[in-house]
Ligand binder design. Structure first.
Ligand SMILES: Nc1ncnc2c1ncn2[C@@H]1O[C@H](COP(=O)(O)OP(=O)(O)O)[C@@H](O)[C@H]1O
Ligand SMILES: [Mg+2]
Length: 331
């Protein structure tokens, strides 16, 4: 059984006088302990809304509807759990690293207090024990001189240090599931590599299940076991990392991979850009949302929503006119 089994997750935002936004539209995926699952896609495709829904952090107001299920550890549906229970689950069992480190730390509370708070709340540690553990944690995430850093405020730390402090807080409780929403987007590449290494270590040593949210295929290549490609709130392709990179079947995935420079292609060769943007509105209610931008569009794309086609090695995609299969790829 997977640690988290997400089935048919959907989130809509309705505002008076405006068209209802289907931010997430029937997303299913699962994550096992010790596994890294990627959610990949352009900005606006529903990655953050998916993670907020799983954490129970979407605004609880009229007009926001959440459907489907997200069964955690065989028995808890994260989408239907009351706020009090959710508060215990968050941090202890499921932790999240947010996209923006500055806005997720409290600006007027020293880093040390924020880290020890987590330890007190979820592991019952206080006083010297908590302080020592906080120092160890900062050390572990590669923050030099942790004793001094613990006394500092978020604004005194660089972006990379802040992100590491947040990661320290997320791993403080040894969560069974960690959701990382673009944790390295704001960081330069050397820090990015260190943070990925840190997360890999956590998965390896603690058996943590990691949902890695990113638009960066380099990050996917570096850390993910399986990948779900999202487009306009739907999973359009999912596969293990190797077959996905070797043989993308959905034209969107193909385009994403084609827009990354490769060392083995000729110099001066043009990069393939996907035309249009994810915000292009659909002239039809059903059908494939990518069709307006797709080079392989055929009549059938605008009728029914494309069904999920499952190929070999659980490589699945939603496309009526997929990229041709070239080589047999083993996973
Ligand atoms: N509170 C909200 N009200 C209305 N629409 C929202 C809200 N939050 C997100 N959205 C919309 O949901 C879609 C998905 O957003 P998001 O999950 O943040 O994308 P990503 O993280 O993939 O960049 C976007 O079209 C966004 O505008
Ligand atoms: Mg986001």
């Amino acid at each position: 059984m997977p640690l988290l089994d997400v089935k048919d997750l959907s989130v809509t935002f309705a505002r008076r006088g405006q068209r209802t936004v289907r931010a997430v539209d029937g997303v299913s995926f699962s994550v096992e302990a010790g596994q890294v699952v990627g959610l990949v896609g352009e900005s606006g495709c529903g990655k953050s809304v998916t993670s907020l829904a799983l954490m129970g952090l979407l605004p609880k107001q009229r007009g926001v509807t959440v459907g489907g299920s997200a069964i955690f550890a065989d028995d808890t549906d994260l989408l239907k759990t009351d706020e009090r229970t959710m508060r215990d689950i968050r941090g202890r069992d499921v932790a999240m690293i947010f996209q923006d480190p500055l806005s997720s730390l409290n600006p007027v509370v020293p880093i040390g207090v924020q880290v020890t708070e987590v330890l007190t709340r979820h592991r019952g540690m206080t006083g010297d024990a908590a302080r020592k553990e906080a120092t160890d944690l900062l050390n572990k995430v590669g923050i030099p001189d942790p004793t001094r850093r613990l006394k500092e405020y978020p604004h005194q730390l660089s972006g990379g240090m802040r992100q590491r402090a947040l990661i320290a807080m997320a791993v403080a409780c040894k969560p069974r599931l960690l959701i990382a929403d673009e944790p390295t987007t704001a960081l330069d590449v050397t820090i990015q590599a260190q943070i990925l290494e840190l997360l890999r270590g956590l998965v390896r040593e603690s058996g943590t299940a990691l949902i890695m949210i990113t638009h960066d295929l380099g990050v996917v290549a570096g850390i993910c076991d399986t990948v779900n490609v999202l487009y306009a709130g739907r999973v359009v392709e999912s596969a293990r990392r190797k077959p996905l990179f070797a043989e993308p079947r959905h034209p969107y995935t193909h385009g994403l991979l084609g827009s990354v420079p490769r060392l083995d292609s000729g110099r001066g060769e043009k990069l393939h850009a996907i035309r249009g943007s994810v915000r292009d509105v659909l002239p039809w209610p059903d059908g494939c949302a990518f069709a307006p931008r797709c080079d392989r569009q055929v009549d059938a794309c605008v009728g029914e929503p494309p069904a999920l086609v499952e190929g070999i090695h659980r490589h699945a995609y939603r496309c009526v006119n997929p990229e041709p299969a070239t080589a047999e790829v083993s996973s």
